[in-house]
Design a protein around this ligand. Structure first.
Ligand code: T46
Length: 144
């Protein structure tokens, strides 16, 4: 699926001293980082997300616990299990996402390419499909 991929970050350290991972814009994070947010204390029976972004790029990193992320580009679906702070899930524009199966200690860190604006959200699945059809771009996975 275009616009979604796992990034493996370098783990610096060892089991004796512990590990460190560094995130750098336009290096291992493939955009300028304008915003960082994190999600925590999510009840285990709650699902979040259920939206796509028109332009926003993000990298999701599960710093503690575990979470499943379903991604959908309008044609194909995939499920990622994030449970490792040394990997991040890149999600580009026009990908519907649903986060679920939180463990009771999940902390989800998100690096985003832009400031928060509700205008960039598509929170209705049919609206997401229609927006993709009406704004076709062959190079970034929008659909016809
Ligand atoms: C995403 C997934 C992975 C803000 O005021 N500022 C912010 O930076 C964000 C991200 C949200 N908000 C407000 C908007 C809502 O009133 O916080 C409230 C909860 O946001 P939402 O229901 O969109 O949260 P999630 O966990 O469903 O989705 C979030 C991000 O919004 C979204 O971009 O990709 O995490």
């Amino acid at each position: 699926m275009e616009n979604v991929r796992l990034i493996n970050f370098k783990k610096i350290g060892n089991k004796n001293r512990g590990f460190l991972t560094a995130l750098e814009q336009n290096k291992n994070i493939p955009f300028n980082i304008k915003r960082i947010y994190y999600n925590y204390f999510t009840p285990v029976d709650i699902s979040r997300g259920f939206h796509a972004h028109k332009e926003l790029e993000q990298v999701l990193i599960c710093l503690a616990g575990s979470i499943k992320i379903k991604v959908d580009d309008g044609k194909n679906k995939n499920i990622y299990n994030l449970d490792n702070p040394s990997e991040g899930l890149y999600i580009g524009p026009m990908i519907w996402r649903e986060m679920y199966d939180y463990s009771n200690d999940t902390i989800l860190l998100v690096l985003a390419s832009d400031f928060y604006t509700e205008e960039d959200y598509l929170r209705d699945y049919n609206e997401f499909i229609e927006f993709g059809k009406n704004n076709y771009k062959s190079d970034n996975g929008y659909f016809k």
